[in-house]
Design a protein around this ligand. Structure first.
Ligand code: ADP
Ligand code: MG
Ligand code: ZN
Length: 516
């Protein structure tokens, strides 16, 4: 790279290689170049920070960058002529040691089989930790989504559930199940669940360090969570970053404002106006005097009395569009069922060819979006089972999952008897008009062009017989069995207590004949 004339020896010794650039858009090229040069300095920094790596690996390039880690592709040097590819996950130095150790322990104890990523070794120098994993080349979900056949989708879900069954068996709640954490190699049919950076333990967890995290979190108490709650983002239930505490303290001061944002946004724009009232917290002791009557119960606005109440303690890490309703509603007792919900959201994307399916900016919007598919009455009823009351200004009827997915996918076909043509209905919005605007963006995507040809063959009696759905679409999307939508319905059960488990989902008729 020309930008790094000063570090020729560094580059020569470590042979930084960059993936080829795609496309001819000069702006894109420029930004990619900038990104890549950034990556190469990061690689140099990593070699400096953890010098042991230089003796063992040639780092080829950066393959992932999140808030809490950077992941690199590297090859192991000096093992005969065979080069072995590995992924190096460099955790940000501010990560809490127990968090890091717990992530490693999940990989060591549960990983290495049933589509759960394993670990080869780990390096540490001072506060820098690098986890070395086998490398799994994988596609970007968005890139392949519309090329997947129905059978591939079935395989994908089967393998995802297999990974979840495995980690749930160890009492690990992943908390961040989404496509970028479930690596998929379409050609090799290989899968790997990665990223235990947010994992938590169930009360019976077999991962010792997850128990430690739980008890630490408990000791840190409500204050801690109240602080973290106001930080909108993915990683607020972790003890990784002191930077978070700083930021969240600032937010805490502005807490009433922050809390009010969702409700204001919703009512102002006349979208699904929903207000969350924490029925239990009202009764429970809080910083707010118990005898103060609340102004806002059953109204779509949060009153100042409620704003001065303490936030309820509940972990809510994860990515908004994949969060289960009990996470959004801040139910304090969350279980492995939250990962199942996220798997259901992935399945919904796969069946409808829409990703991300929900792109909510905050929890209440996310909840309103869930209601548009699963129904407001149903959502309210499920919330009641864990002691929460939700107010929704408008009743939204639950949707038929098959109709919804087919409409979004754009392959709802009708057969014209007079002409014998199969017609494709234009893509319609799947959602009630007033809500669809709220997340139109999340439902837009490349329109699928499936060309149905008039297909006839001669039956034994000489009459033209229309070949039924089977075989008309080589990818099998015109013949999705009811079992698929039945499983989707059970994964997206609003009530975590009755939501299907990974183990039972694998036994669902949808996976009949699949090797367990
Ligand atoms: P983060 O906590 O920053 O999200 P992840 O563990 O999810 O870190 O890794 C980020 C990205 O790096 C993943 O989405 C994936 O693209 C890539 N990645 C992680 N582990 C591997 C691996 N073992 N093989 C190949 N790619 C990986
Ligand atoms: Mg990740
Ligand atoms: Zn109130």
């Amino acid at each position: 790279m020309t930008e790094h004339k000063g570090s020729i020896t560094m580059e020569a010794s470590h042979q930084i290689e960059h993936p080829p650039l795609h496309g001819e858009d000069p702006c894109k090229k420029y930004s990619q170049n900038k990104k890549l040069s950034g990556a190469s300095t990061d690689i140099e920094k990593l070699y400096e920070a953890v010098p042991q790596l230089g003796n063992l690996f040639k780092i080829k390039g950066k393959i992932g960058e999140g808030t809490f880690s950077s992941v690199y592709l590297a090859v192991a040097q000096g093992r005969g002529n065979q080069e072995e590819k590995v992924a190096l996950k460099h955790l940000i130095p501010t990560s809490h040691p127990v968090r890091i150790a717990a992530e490693l322990q999940c990989l060591i104890v549960a990983g290495g089989q049933d589509n759960v990523m394993g670990v080869k070794c780990c390096f540490r120098k001072n506060d820098h930790v690098v986890i070395v994993m086998p490398y799994l080349e994988h596609e970007s979900f968005l890139d392949i989504l519309n090329s997947l056949s129905f059978e591939e989708v079935r395989d994908y879900m089967f393998n995802l559930l297999k990974a979840l069954k495995r980690i749930h068996h160890f009492g690990i709640v992943h908390r961040d199940v989404k496509p970028s954490n479930f690596l998929y190699n379409q050609q090799l049919k290989q899968y790997a669940l990665v990223d235990f950076g947010l994992a938590q333990g169930t009360p019976e967890t077999k991962i010792e360090l997850l128990k430690v995290i739980q008890s630490e979190a408990l000791q840190e108490g409500q204050e801690c969570f109240a602080h973290q709650r106001s930080v909108f983002g993915e990683r607020n239930f972790n003890v990784r970053s002191p930077a978070f505490q700083d930021r969240s303290t600032v937010k805490l001061v502005k807490q009433p404002k922050v809390t009010d944002i969702p409700s204001r946004k919703l009512s102002a724009k006349k979208k699904a106006t929903s207000t969350l009232n924490n029925g239990l917290a009202k009764k429970a002791a809080s910083s707010c005097p118990a005898n103060l009557t609340c102004d806002c119960y059953a109204k779509d606005r949060v009153c100042s009395i409620c704003l001065s109440r303490r936030q309820q303690v509940a972990p809510r890490a994860g990515t908004p569009g994949f969060r289960a309703p009990e996470v959004l509603i801040k139910c304090p007792h969350q279980s492995t069922a939250i990962d199942i919900w996220s798997a259901g959201i992935i399945f919904l994307s796969l069946l409808s060819d829409r990703y991300p399916f929900y792109k909510a900016g905050d929890d209440l919007t996310a909840l309103a979006q869930i209601m548009t598919i699963r129904g407001s009455r149903e959502t309210i009823q499920a919330a009641r089972t864990f002691g929460k009351s939700i107010l929704c200004s408008k009743e939204i009827v639950a949707q038929d999952l098959r109709k919804l997915c087919e409409r979004l996918r754009g392959n709802s076909t009708s057969f014209d008897n007079s002409t014998g043509d199969v017609q494709i209905k234009p893509q319609e919005s799947a959602l009630p008009a007033e809500i669809s605007n709220a997340f139109e963006a999340s439902l837009q995507g490349p329109q699928k062009h499936i060309h149905y040809q008039k297909q006839h063959h001669h039956g034994g009696d000489g009459r033209d017989v229309r070949i039924t759905e089977k075989g008309a679409d080589p990818k099998g999307w015109d013949n999705v069995p009811d079992e698929a939508y039945d499983l989707l319905d059970k994964l997206l059960d609003l009530n975590p207590a009755t939501r299907i488990t990974a183990k039972d989902a694998l036994l669902h008729p949808f996976f009949r004949n699949m090797k367990q």
